[in-house]
Design a protein around this ligand. Structure first.
Ligand code: GDP
Length: 168
């Protein structure tokens, strides 16, 4: 059992997947005033009895190489997928595979959020799991996939509850 009540969570995923909107939503903020994540945002939020330091790192191709600067002491990874962007799912799979090869992230619990479930044509979490080949994940990794919508809030708390309990 960990003593500290602080957890460091890294939000990652391709650009436009909904990372910024999700952080605002679980923090109860207005989601209509966000701008593109160019560098990164750090948010400290209270969640249950924990303090979550959430690092939302931009996902555009040109800045993905900077993700590794944020890996130290990461307790939890939230990988956000735009479930409606079928065209970029291969890219998404490749980036996730690369991320999970990182030695410094080997102990981090992984929550995969299949976001934008409110959109017609969005793949289900089961379908996303198949494309990302999650069944063949390293056996030591703690992971879970959850369908969600940052617009309606559906699935978000269930996902974060799992993550926080898994880290605790
Ligand atoms: P980021 O680049 O990963 O931080 O993505 P953003 O949070 O900036 O979101 C990218 C776009 O997707 C914005 O236009 C959001 O309003 C939209 N978006 C985010 N989450 C959802 C969702 O759950 N459903 C729908 N329909 N759109 C979303």
């Amino acid at each position: 059992k960990r003593k500290e009540k602080e957890m460091r969570i890294l939000m990652v995923g391709l650009d436009n997947s909904g990372k910024t909107t999700i952080v605002l939503k679980i923090n109860g903020e207005d989601t209509s005033i966000i701008s593109l994540t160019l560098g990164f945002n750090i948010k400290t939020i209270s969640y249950q009895k924990y303090t979550l330091n959430i690092w939302d790192v931009g996902g555009q191709r040109t800045i993905r190489s900077y993700w590794r600067n944020y890996y130290e002491q990461t307790d939890g990874l939230v990988w956000v997928v735009d479930s409606s962007d079928l065209r970029r799912l291969e890219d998404c799979k490749m980036e996730l595979d690369n991320l999970l090869k990182e030695e410094r992230l080997s102990g981090a619990s992984l929550l995969i959020l299949a976001n934008k479930q409110d959109l017609k044509g969005a793949l289900t979490p089961e379908e996303i799991a198949k494309v990302l080949n999650l069944e063949n994940m390293d056996k030591t990794r703690h992971w879970k996939i959850m369908g969600c919508s940052a617009y309606t809030g559906e699935g978000l708390l269930e996902g974060f509850d799992w993550l926080v309990q898994d880290i605790a």
